[in-house]
Design a protein around this ligand. Structure first.
Ligand code: G4P
Length: 537
């Protein structure tokens, strides 16, 4: 028999939606919340995005720009499941927070625009998930309008992303003018009738099997024939469905639908909840796994949001619970400081409001107020465990700038600010050595991070910045047989040698081509996209 903790774990699903801007993530999230009863009106998540009446007034910059700088968590119950959607910023200017949020997920939903296919940001986010063997579910969106051929889309996902695809749904209709979908698991056809309500109403649908007279009558002969042929082809030449392969992140189940018109959304949600994994064991630094049903509490911090309320200098540290039960006011061991700390005012973030959490379970995300003790990747656990989770991944920055204080008298505040913001994970900081310039090199994955840096340094540390963009777009951690070989790279014309916070050498270059150029001329060098303690210097 399942214990109470096991039951709580079994019903939880914690996932993130990954997509390129405009693929429809906000719309899909909203529809999922709508089906889950967490919101009652389509349009409220949208309103938050367009910031007409921003629910969150956490950060000034968020208000000014009308975008969500940091991500939160949306929770709802559906059909006996407790669903946690990790809400990642959808704006083009995405940041490291987007990547970090994925580390807290047990699976991901990859949303693709049927007309556009795999886009650049989808690729980046996919790779972060894939490297961690996260199960990925694909939802091809905007089926209500002209889209690409489904075989093309399948092939693109397989070839560009290198993952096997199993379409669970298959769209009906030729040349992207779709009439509905066929579900290969239930063997049912669902036809939709276009209306002009733009998703305010649920689409009228007709459901039946392939040889139902009603279905045959509703479909044009050509569409019907094509469908029969497609299904035969998929069954004959396509991948087999294998849940183990899905859970290992090697096979992605593919769905087709339209978030805007609601078509296929509920079917997707129900199937996804059945196939996607409950909270998974998490890796510790010593190589062991911590099982979610270990009764002792453990969690790791994956995001820090500073100054949500400008009136108080508070920070909220978001953590994912990995094992045991969280109870309000509990005292836990903080591995990094070696001290017990009390998790004060735990918050959970629902669609539109934050509420105090009394208890939470593995897979849940809670935010706690903190004055600066906690950092990204920190481990918290019951005194009986005192565990340390594996190192938090570093994501290679792609945008670089040299920063200096405008006023050299403000140097102290400037340095303090830069170091604190880098500890918080808002930016990555590098330094050049022995060049006589007193400055830092800042690396980020999205321009927005630079704007936040400038804004926060001025507002929280009263230090204005001089920021000089650098032409580099690629960072690689450098490993070599000798220190001399590394230092010889200081003189490079087409790159810059810097050191990260742990004093590990990093080379910044304009493009991948430059990396090859350097490698060809220096035998024994190797470059890694992320730092590794296993590689030798
Ligand atoms: P994002 O969060 O991924 O950036 O995308 P978002 O949901 O904001 O959707 C981007 C645009 O795509 C929106 O149109 C949205 O209405 C539209 N969209 C989303 N899902 C579907 C769909 O299934 N079918 C169709 N045809 N369109 C869809 P917009 O014109 O930018 O905004 P709005 O005027 O609808 O507010």
């Amino acid at each position: 028999m399942m214990g109470a903790l096991q039951e709580q774990i079994a019903k939880r699903r914690t996932f993130a939606i990954i997509s390129h801007p405009d693929a429809g993530k906000t719309t899909l999230t909203e529809k999922l919340l709508l089906y889950g009863g967490a919101i009652h009106l389509a349009g409220s998540v949208k309103a938050r995005k367009s910031n007409k009446h921003a629910v969150s007034d956490w950060m000034e910059i968020e208000k000014q720009r009308g975008i969500s700088v940091t991500s939160s968590v949306l929770q709802f119950d559906y059909d006996g499941y407790r669903v946690n959607i990790l809400d990642t910023p959808g704006h083009q200017d995405f940041s490291e927070d987007t990547y970090r949020t994925l580390i807290a997920a047990d699976s991901a939903v990859m949303l693709i625009d049927a007309a556009k296919g795999v886009e650049p940001q989808t690729k980046k986010l996919f790779w972060v998930c894939h490297r961690r063997h996260l199960p990925i579910f694909t939802f091809i969106n905007k089926l209500d309008r002209f889209g690409r051929n489904p075989f093309d889309l399948m092939e693109e996902v397989e070839n560009v992303l290198g993952i096997k695809v199993y379409p669970i749904d298959w769209p009906i209709g030729i040349d992207g003018h779709y009439k509905g979908v066929y579900n290969r698991m239930t063997k049912k056809v669902t036809l939709f009738e276009a209306d002009n309500s733009h998703g305010a109403k649920q689409l009228k649908t007709t459901v039946g099997t392939l040889d139902d007279a009603v279905i045959k009558n509703l479909l044009e002969a050509e569409d019907y024939e094509n469908l029969v042929n497609d299904v035969e082809l998929l069954n004959g030449a396509g991948e087999e469905f294998d849940l183990q392969e899905v859970l290992a992140g090697n096979l992605t189940p593919m769905f087709f639908g339209s978030a805007m018109t609601n078509f296929g959304v509920q079917e997707f949600l129900e199937r996804f909840l059945k196939l996607s994994p409950a909270p998974q064991p998490r890796q510790l630094q010593n190589g062991e796994l911590i099982q979610p049903d270990n009764p002792a509490f453990s969690a790791f911090v994956f995001k820090i949001q500073a100054n949500m309320n400008p009136a108080h200098r508070d920070r909220i540290s978001f953590m994912r619970i990995c094992s045991g039960v969280f109870e309000k006011g509990m005292q836990v061991y903080h591995y990094e400081s070696g001290k017990p700390i009390k998790l004060a005012q735990p918050q959970q973030f629902l669609a539109q409001e934050r509420t105090i959490v009394e208890t939470a379970y593995p897979g849940d995300i809670i935010g706690v107020f903190d004055t600066g003790t906690l950092g990204i990747g920190d481990s918290l656990s019951d005194q009986s465990l005192k565990v340390k989770f594996e190192d938090f991944p570093v994501f290679p920055p792609e945008i670089f700038a040299r920063v200096q204080p405008k006023d050299s008298l403000k140097r102290k505040q400037f340095e303090k600010g830069i170091l604190q913001l880098s500890q918080e994970g808002a930016i990555q900081v590098f330094q050049q050595k022995d060049v006589g310039i007193e400055s830092f090199i800042v690396g980020v994955v999205g321009n927005l991070q630079l704007e936040v840096l400038e804004y926060r340094l001025q507002n929280e540390y009263s230090a204005q910045l001089l920021m000089t963009p650098l032409p580099y777009t690629v960072a690689r951690w450098v490993y070599a047989a000798s220190k001399e070989q590394i230092e010889a790279m200081k003189g490079l014309d087409n790159g810059m040698l810097v050191y990260d916070k742990q004093d590990r050498p990093v080379i910044l270059v304009n493009n991948e081509w430059a990396l090859n150029w350097i490698l060809e001329r220096n035998s024994g060098l190797s470059f890694l996209t992320v730092p590794s303690n296993k590689a030798k210097v």
